[in-house]
Design a protein around this ligand. Structure first.
Ligand SMILES: [Zn+2]
Length: 285
């Protein structure tokens, strides 16, 4: 059992063989796919895909690259899209000062407005942060303070997608109520920092993702990435932790199910309280 907590299956790169891609992933053990929006159109396409496949879920949001295009109408349109019961988060949203495809001030503004949207809708957020560790952390710490009084107890606030910070920062995010998601790039030769996080945080705060069609794991690097390759990432994480593959696969699946409220993942009898504990509770594994 595996959950791909972050992929872009609505991408045009999958137009010719999307159903075959889904079938290969199911055959490899992937039981749920979270398809992430990056602008209004890709959010709409994610919801459309989720509406027609029971194991596909969607998120809606505008990526920091497109932050300059986020206006009141876009926020309203995202909110209407989120009416679909298959929408499980707002994202991906955040800050990217590496490429700065939108001016930093526009990115900050779009990030805040979409955090407000998530809070209004009581949905977790999927956060993209690149070369913006401090700004992102400060924004999310302020958000936690704002959101917490009304936030459902024991529900994570969101997930740091493709987390690339160090282990200290990872633990600070966990304290804040954010999960960390480990991508296929943890298999790359130079990814020591990601491996330190993947080996160092509790599994109940760890999700795994492909970010397909991007970030193809090392054994298949050079090809288009797809959710079936999640197996390579989980193998790698299991090896470096000294855990069984099944353990990492099923526990990261339960983590993603907890985060996104995917009720039908895992044993229906799984008692989330006993399996996962609550944030700040006893730290198993
Ligand atoms: Zn992504």
């Amino acid at each position: 059992m595996l959950v791909d907590s972050h992929c872009h299956l609505q991408d045009r790169q999958f137009d010719d063989d999307r159903d075959a891609v889904l079938q290969r992933a199911r055959a490899a053990g992937v039981s749920a796919f979270v398809v992430v929006g990056t602008d209004l159109e890709s959010s709409w396409r994610a919801v459309d895909l989720a509406d027609s496949h029971s194991d596909v879920y969607a998120t809606v949001g505008v990526h920091p690259h497109d932050a300059k295009d986020l206006d009141e109408r876009t926020v309203g349109a995202l909110e209407r899209l989120a009416d679909s019961p298959k929408v499980v988060a707002v994202g991906e949203i955040g800050l990217d000062f590496y490429r700065n495809l939108s001016p930093p001030e526009a990115q900050r503004e779009a990030f805040r407005r979409q955090l407000d949207l998530a809070r209004r809708l009581s949905l977790p957020v999927v956060v993209h942060a690149r070369d913006a560790d401090e700004d992102t952390y400060d924004t999310l710490a302020a958000y936690e303070e704002q959101a917490l009084p009304d936030w459902p107890k024991d529900r994570p606030l969101g997930v740091m997608h493709c987390f690339a910070g160090d282990l200290m920062l990872a633990l600070r995010y966990i304290q804040l109520g954010f999960m960390l998601s480990v991508p296929g790039s943890c298999t790359y030769p130079k990814a020591e920092r990601i491996r330190a996080v993947a080996g160092g945080i509790p599994l109940r705060w760890m999700a795994v993702e492909t970010d397909a069609p991007y970030l193809t794991p090392q054994p298949r690097r050079g090809q288009r990435n797809e959710p079936a390759y999640l197996v390579e990432t989980v193998k790698h994480i299991a090896e470096l932790r000294g855990d069984a593959f099944e353990e990492v696969a099923s526990r990261t699946a339960v983590t993603a199910a907890w985060l996104f409220g995917l009720g039908d993942i895992g044993e229906p009898s799984v008692d989330a309280g006993a399996t996962l504990g609550s944030p700040g509770g006893e730290a198993a594994n």
